[in-house]
Design a protein around this ligand. Sequence first.
Ligand code: ZN
Ligand code: ZN
Length: 333
Amino acid sequence: MDIGLDVDQKETQPDVILRADAWVNQRIERSWHWPVSQYFDTWAKYQDQPNATGIDWVRVWPFVGVHLACLGVIWVGWSSVAIAMAVFLYAIRMFAITGFYHRYFSHRTFKTSRLGQFLFAVVGNASVQRGPLWWAGHHRHHHRHSDEEEDVHSPHRDGFLWSHVLWLTTREHFSTDRKAVKDLIVYPELRFLDRFDMVVPFLLAIGLYGLGMVLEMYVPSLGTTGLQMLIWGFFISTVVLLHATCTINSLSHQFGTRRFDTSDESKNNGWLALLTFGEGWHNNHHYYPGSARQGFYWWEIDVTFYGLWVLEKLGVIWDLNAVPERVYEGSEK
Ligand SMILES: [Zn+2]
Ligand SMILES: [Zn+2]
């Protein structure tokens, strides 16, 4: 995509941005508002500090709070509208995580416009799994060091709980691995979403609460309230979505079958593929990460790929990378 620079500038622009961001980071760390801004400005912490280790207790409490908020269901009860909203937001955001955060931002398996890219980042951001650059940076690192000593979330290195969620709570994995996403940091709109990664989730939560209030006021027969929509649509849906996504790091590197003899422990698991809209074909994916589809055969259900196929027919995305013939020839089953 033409970003309005000549060739020489294009080559150096990511490095210039990296330096400028590091400078801003140092300014924030020394500023009077750091104690407050560290909660919502991800640039306030740990840039270029690979030695920062241990659990970050300041940023852990919102993570724990989102889980505890699900208990609010005891007081708000349920309604079919609230449950339908939770299911809808699970589906749309799971598709965004696998189709956009994973297959687009992390692996660039298809192309889209700059507007499309921004909208994909916003919907992915609404999944409350940090910003697109953070997600892609850590995921690319996982592929480079899968199940090796350096892997950020290998169940074979640090056990199930670490690979599932604990790695998310640590200082060393809090920052975006910017050097791993030099192709993406040239877009200021992506850097904004990555820096203030709670803005979109916050707006979603407020919107759900407001929608519930409107329904309570104008269609009381539905039995829905603002708090009920907030608990089901935001908190419960988000927590289930998070743990479903995390199974690909924890379970699909342990349970399933292996079609390809990859250097890691990745497995194909049909149950996880259903839960995660196609990500469970993880051994396929580790063998050939460059394909837009992860179910390599018609019987390997890959809901995300069906969605991407529709977006391609609508002209929203194009140039989807296919699975090369040589991959099928090398298949063991
Ligand atoms: Zn993996
Ligand atoms: Zn991947």
